[in-house]
Design a protein around this ligand. Structure first.
Ligand SMILES: *Cc1c(COP(=O)(O)O)cnc(C)c1O
Length: 371
């Protein structure tokens, strides 16, 4: 019985949070949050204490991503799902081409499809577990793809489609801070802080190129109907003042700033990406070495280093996840709609690679007792 499996303490990860989002928030960051406590939480977001935190996050991100000249860190309220609508109103001029190879890519495609002011997008699709690729097409003014498809654990390289005047948008909600990226290949690299940034939800962040900012300003001036909450030009103007249009999730800002500062101090994006590769590598090579497990993503170069998906055979993955949960190892269940006999394990930079190794031992222990 699953309920009766007690995993020995020496096989358990020191921190049992392996969720793909919300993800592990480091204890140090939570301590820092309670440290700034009364001077920030519950105070006006138009005054310097909160604005300083927003500024710290914006500067930290500019450093972490080595932003090229003229790129800006823009933020607003509502998470990545809100940003999709922001892009629908403020970045797509008429026609987009989007890549859809999992839940999140398909959701953005849908948001564009149903927008009455836009032409039907071209959607390039691929089966979950593989990737779809953007390609140059006449009349397309926005190309969009996930950098990392969180629902399946597929990561692609961030590259530019050879198409003059078009913008490249990358959904980096789970990729940001864990996968390498050359920002010159993206015009809008957007994410929310509850995944790689080890913070809480409620905000969107977009790293925008001068071309993307120009596009947003041009569309805003064109007279298009844009709901105020989704107005990108307003968000850009507020961000330049280290503010948001409406009240931000302040604790989310502080926790994200803590993680970004910690990553910068520990060697920046290169070091963070290496750490994620180490954790993910431990899980993939373990799965390869076990009869009952195999990486879901068969093409090795597509395997994500931040979200690891592992298929199981001859043993019920849901029972494994349940036994792990009963022992304090949380959120290893697969993406609901994928419907596979699978575990999904996040290996964001906040996860300690030695905990990823421990997790493989804990799973071995459970599988032995279930089969
Ligand atoms: C989690 C996730 C989203 C949704 O983020 P919210 O902040 O919950 O709206 C979108 N895209 C990707 C790739 C994600 O992983």
């Amino acid at each position: 019985m699953t309920d009766e499996i007690t995993i020995p303490a020496d096989l358990l990860p020191a921190d049992g949070r392996f969720g793909s989002g919300p993800s592990k928030v480091p204890t140090e960051a939570m301590d820092a949050l309670s440290g700034v406590g009364k001077s920030v939480m519950g105070t006006s977001h138009r005054k310097s204490a909160v604005k300083n935190q927003v500024g710290r996050l914006r500067r930290g991100l500019a450093e972490l991503f080595a932003l090229p000249e003229g790129y800006e860190v823009v933020l607003g309220v509502g998470g990545t799902t809100a940003f999709w609508e922001v892009a629908v109103f403020g970045l797509v001029e008429d026609k987009a081409q989007t890549a859809s190879f999992g839940e999140f890519g398909s959701k953005f495609a849908k948001a564009i499809q149903i927008a009455p002011h836009l032409s039907d997008p071209t959607v390039v699709t691929a089966e979950p577990g593989s990737a779809a690729y953007l390609n140059a097409e006449d009349g397309v003014d926005v190309y969009a793809t996930p950098h990392n498809e969180t629902s399946t654990g597929v990561a692609v390289d961030v590259t530019r489609v050879a198409a003059e005047g078009a913008l490249m948008l990358h959904d980096a909600t789970s990729a940001a801070a864990g996968l390498p990226v050359d920002m010159a290949a993206s015009d809008c690299y957007y994410f929310a802080p509850q995944k790689g940034l080890a913070s809480d939800g409620g905000l969107w962040i977009a790293l925008m190129s001068p071309a993307a900012i120009e596009r947003a300003e041009r569309i805003a001036a064109s007279g298009r109907y844009i709901p105020a909450f989704l107005d990108l030009k307003t968000a850009i103007d507020n961000s330049r003042k280290d503010q948001t249009y409406n009240t931000p999730a302040v604790a989310t800002v502080v926790l994200a700033a803590e993680q970004v500062d910690a990553l910068n101090a520990a060697g920046g994006l290169d070091a963070a990406a290496k750490r994620c590769a180490e954790s993910a590598g431990a899980l993939y090579s373990w799965a390869d070495s076990r009869e009952f497990a195999s990486p879901f993503v068969t093409e090795e170069r597509l395997r994500s280093n931040v979200v690891v998906t592992i298929d199981f055979e001859g043993v019920d993955a849901a029972e494994i996840a349940k036994a792990l949960r009963a022992n304090g190892v949380l959120d290893t269940e697969p993406y609901r709609k994928l419907g596979r006999n699978q575990l999904r394990i996040a290996t964001y930079p906040a996860v300690d690679p030695s905990d990823a190794v421990k997790l493989t031992r804990a799973i071995d222990y459970v599988v032995e007792r279930l089969s």
